[in-house]
Design a protein around this ligand. Sequence first.
Ligand SMILES: Nc1nc2c(ncn2[C@@H]2O[C@H](COP(=O)(O)OP(=O)(O)OP(=O)(O)O)[C@@H](O)[C@H]2O)c(=O)[nH]1
Ligand SMILES: [Mg+2]
Length: 245
Amino acid sequence: MSSEILIVVPTYNERDNVVPLCEELLARPERPDVLVVDDNSPDGTAAEARAVGARCPGRMHVLCREKKGGRGGAVLAGFSWGLGRDYGFFFEMDADFSHRPDEIPLFLEAARGADVVVGSRYLPASRILNWPPGRLFFSKLANRYARFLLRIPITDYTNGFRCYRRAAVEAIDVGAVDASGYVVLSEIAYQLYRRRFRFAEVPTEFVNRRRGESNLSPGEIVSAFVGVLRLAAKGGRFGPRRDRP
Ligand SMILES: Nc1nc2c(ncn2[C@@H]2O[C@H](COP(=O)(O)OP(=O)(O)OP(=O)(O)O)[C@@H](O)[C@H]2O)c(=O)[nH]1
Ligand SMILES: [Mg+2]
């Protein structure tokens, strides 16, 4: 085992981003392992990632899924791969440089006293760069809506930059996750919150994608809103929290 830390990076058509991002991650002083989970991207992202793997054997891994199955499912597949090894800390982060690798130490620091560390774009010290106003509006709306329904004490439900302790990843009930897209982030947080895992948030600087095309479609937005509603209905908005396993 070369590292305590696994960083799961879901990719779909990220050919221009995947190599520079993985190289930056692999060069970090925390020496994380990196797992790219690619859904058979037509632009050849997986081959690019494998080339990095060949230069960095043992630390850079690529998991390929047959077809596009959504960001959330890709991350869960990556976590389940990681549970087969000895990692103690599991990160998820986007491939498009919206999440800054140099913030990793902040997450690890916060993880000393928490099981789930959420990177938030909505704390006083957070920043969002280059997002169009419409995008910002929808993100804020989605977060208020999720918080109103799910009541987890975090300010950002939809940012995919997080760190989980191994025990939290082990406790995710993958069979109960019925969503595939972005709502999985809310679903995982909801499951773990209800099981009394400890949450912390760190402020992040979120940068709008510079290269490559967006995977966010109107369908994804609608399914995220419906997904949160379904989750609240299933779990009961004010239902009791269960103890940790
Ligand atoms: N494996 C996999 N990864 C995905 C899928 N959809 C999105 N991703 C990845 O998930 C991350 C977040 O997706 P983005 O396209 O950046 O979504 P976004 O940040 O909401 O929107 P933009 O940055 O504007 O594109 C990126 O690393 C994507 O490549 C998918 O179906 N499968
Ligand atoms: Mg993005």
